[in-house]
Design a protein. Sequence first.
Length: 338
Amino acid sequence: MLLEERAESERLRQIIKALQRHRFGRRAESLPEDQLLLGLEEAEQVEAAGHAQAEEAAPAETTARSAKRRVNRGSLPAHLPRLETIVDVESTVCPCCAGPLHRIGEDVSERLDIVPAQVRVLVIRRPKYACRACEDGVVQAPAPARLIEGGLPTDGTVAQVLVAKYADHLPLYRQAQIYARQGLRLDRSTLADWVGRAAFHLRPVHERLLDKLKASPKLFADETTAPVLDPGRGRTKTGQLWAYARDDRPWGGTDPPGVAYVYAPDRTAERPATHLAGFEGVLQGLRGLQGSGPAGRGPARLLLEPCAPALLRTRPEWTGADRRRGARAHCGAVPDRG
């Protein structure tokens, strides 16, 4: 009991410390939500270990905590496959009178099971045929096309590497270590070659996404710095990663949301104008672009307007219906509920 109270106290102390840092610390030290949760994991793990020790010593407490877990855990998704196992009694003969037992019901419980990833080898055999009579030529089916000609990976393998790198934030050297645990030696440079070639083949998808976004009447743009290798100088330089996004669902829009990222070496006004050549809508979110002229004087005339949140921040006196009417007048799509 004392260990559990100490763990709970430490957990609350970590929460208070993180919240104070997030609220009162310098901006560079402000923690995002993901980092805040990461800091709480260790305290929660210590708390769970204390619960397990207490449950082992007190079976009655085990029953109570099990009932509480069943209430809080929710249900597993219906689309997951179910493998049923029937745990039945050894005999259907009544132990009292030796008469037959009949079924009156059952208890059903579910547990989440994960099958570890399996690495396999796909072997393709292409028989060769020749004619004994004329012995002129050999007949053989053509080899199936590969994403990387002469390479080892299948399309699914390359997709797994991409998802792990960009969606799960697993660097290639860590992925190489994971594959090495299964006896598969893949050098980091090999994985990098796969990623680069896959990026080349995905360029039409990126271009199509950007074209679909440019057909929208309104886009939101933002940019952030990104370190880029600078060969010959022995250090990195600062590039800009531009994001062009569309999401009108909060305002009743029917177009699906989307975002496209484009790299540029700087944040001059000509960059969004070049990226969005042919775009005839309103571009929101950009402020303080470098360069002598506005973005509207580039290859594409872009009408720059502040987004609704930025507009509302400049009108602190607006409240309730005034804020909604102002945003609707600015964006032309915000429903007036006031």
